[in-house]
Design a protein around this ligand. Sequence first.
Ligand SMILES: NC(=O)c1ccc[n+]([C@@H]2O[C@H](COP(=O)([O-])OP(=O)(O)OC[C@H]3O[C@@H](n4cnc5c(N)ncnc54)[C@H](OP(=O)(O)O)[C@@H]3O)[C@@H](O)[C@H]2O)c1
Length: 271
Amino acid sequence: MKVALVTGASSGIGESTALELHKAGYTVYAAARRVQRMEGLAAQGIRVLAMDVTNDESMVEGVKKIIAETGRIDVLVNNAGYGSYGAVEDVPLDEAKYQFEVNVFGLARLVQLVAPHMREQRSGRIVNVSSIGGRIYEPLGAWYHSTKFAVEGLSDSLRLELKPFGIDVVVIQPGGIKTEWGGIAVENMQKTSGGGAYKEQVRQLSGLFSQAERGSEPKVIADVIVKAAQARRPRTRYAAGFGARPILFARRVLSDRAFDAMFLGALRRFA
Ligand SMILES: NC(=O)c1ccc[n+]([C@@H]2O[C@H](COP(=O)([O-])OP(=O)(O)OC[C@H]3O[C@@H](n4cnc5c(N)ncnc54)[C@H](OP(=O)(O)O)[C@@H]3O)[C@@H](O)[C@H]2O)c1
């Protein structure tokens, strides 16, 4: 029996991933802060862990419990994350640091806790949920994009470090997905920058994010994560969901200035 740990499993992509891994036959541990939101998963036989990825003790205890109960861990899906939006000028640095705590350091700490067990098994797969935002950029999204660019770089280094031990590292780059993410990001940017010099940009980006609400279902990403977990030779990156491939293609072929112009044009169109 293969064992998987999925963070951010109380909602959206993480919840769907826990379900799909369970259906694929894994013993799944679903982790998040809002344990009551995972009752539906528990009812289906998924094991639920109270875990805050900014709280070291909760991560240490969670991994200890998995090892005590199953003796192994085969797949770690680092998915917990949120979008801290607002102008760089306005976002308090404590909030910027918290954004890194959740999206980067929480992920890295779980790698530290899980990798020794995977090394001992001489197998394992770490799936890090980045974003197309790990390759592109938006105004008012500087801290979110910084964290996802960091996840991209960290994952590449980690892939090389863990290769000799039979452990693979895969990056997932979702496009627009219908989850709680967009509402939280809009709320953050409106609270932080909605009333000042950047209010017009906030209005425009909020308009664009409302379009993103027409995005793909979380299952689209969950299915890709299951594929990444099971493939004998996984790709290093999987881009999926609304707009992901065309947007990444545009980023690859356009100059910075041309991409700027394309993005600002889209902002004006959706405002
Ligand atoms: N939705 C999109 O369009 C999109 C696009 C690209 C990338 N992504 C990425 O996909 C991942 C999942 O997001 P989602 O779209 O599924 O959003 P979501 O519905 O808001 O779910 C986010 C999950 O992260 C958890 N989380 C947040 N802060 C946490 C913390 N401190 N400790 C533990 N868990 C925490 C939440 O659980 P609790 O609050 O219960 O802890 C929740 O389960 C994120 O990394 C996000 O950046 C999303």
